[in-house]
Design a protein around this ligand. Sequence first.
Ligand SMILES: NC(=O)c1ccc[n+]([C@@H]2O[C@H](COP(=O)([O-])OP(=O)(O)OC[C@H]3O[C@@H](n4cnc5c(N)ncnc54)[C@H](O)[C@@H]3O)[C@@H](O)[C@H]2O)c1
Length: 271
Amino acid sequence: MSYNLLKGKKGIIFGALDENSIAWKTAERAHEEGAEFVLTNAPIAMRMGAIKELAEKTGSQIIPADATSMEDLNNLVEQSMEILGGKIDFVLHSIGMSVNVRKGKHYTDSNYDFTTKGWDVSAVSFHKVMNVLYNKQAMNEWGSVVALTYMAAQRVFPDYNDMADNKAYLESIARSFGYFFGRDHKVRVNTISQSPTPTTAGSGVKGFDGFLAYAEKMSPLGNATALECADYTISLFSDLTKKVTLQNLFHDGGFSNMGVSDSVMDKFTEE
Ligand SMILES: NC(=O)c1ccc[n+]([C@@H]2O[C@H](COP(=O)([O-])OP(=O)(O)OC[C@H]3O[C@@H](n4cnc5c(N)ncnc54)[C@H](O)[C@@H]3O)[C@@H](O)[C@H]2O)c1
């Protein structure tokens, strides 16, 4: 269903890799809600080609950018303002990658070059994106910036590896940068802490299926899907949430406040 919540708004959406991506669903929903936007992803993700299909479907242009490169980000923001014909109203940072996870390095035996790379891609890139937007004065007043995160930033999920640390850093950047963005340009900055979701990044986590099933049983409303995450993100881009900023917002069916649920207890009392 469409409510025209983003009619006339212009945005930049990072991280749509394939139709499972949270950013992909968000782009589809933003289009339905009347927004115009530029799609961007790392140059390597372009070669996979799927993003072109999304661009056609949503009438968007694609500008490749490595989110760790200030040069790419400067170019992205300049070109986006040209294409969209003005300043930006919303930005989605939907980017995550751990080299330690990819290479199967255990948390207790990290390769620190991998750690640094993953931190740059998954966390510092958020600072870099906002640095460019802020210094170019590229955001409209009452604009909204959202990044996606996971509860391993607050609690122990052993197989989430160094992504837990990256997410803690990401959430801190949202608060620290969000202060200046709010004070100086009336732009809000939040993170959404999403349920485990079957995407390329999600499924890369060891034992992901168990993770997903456990969270489903623990959450009174069940896991939030990628599409539901997209809906929530749209609400944060809309004018209905103008004074929400510096928040880490849990979008997880209630998981984050649970101790134990009946269905998890049942598993342990089975004869
Ligand atoms: N899937 C989950 O279980 C889950 C749960 C909570 C939060 N998240 C977060 O949601 C976000 C989106 O992930 P997803 O689950 O949709 O997976 P995804 O794999 O579809 O998206 C990750 C994206 O990051 C992009 N990326 C990687 N390196 C990049 C770089 N250097 N520059 C620009 N882009 C780069 C990838 O190309 C990809 O599009 C991530 O921040 C992820 O940590 C995911």
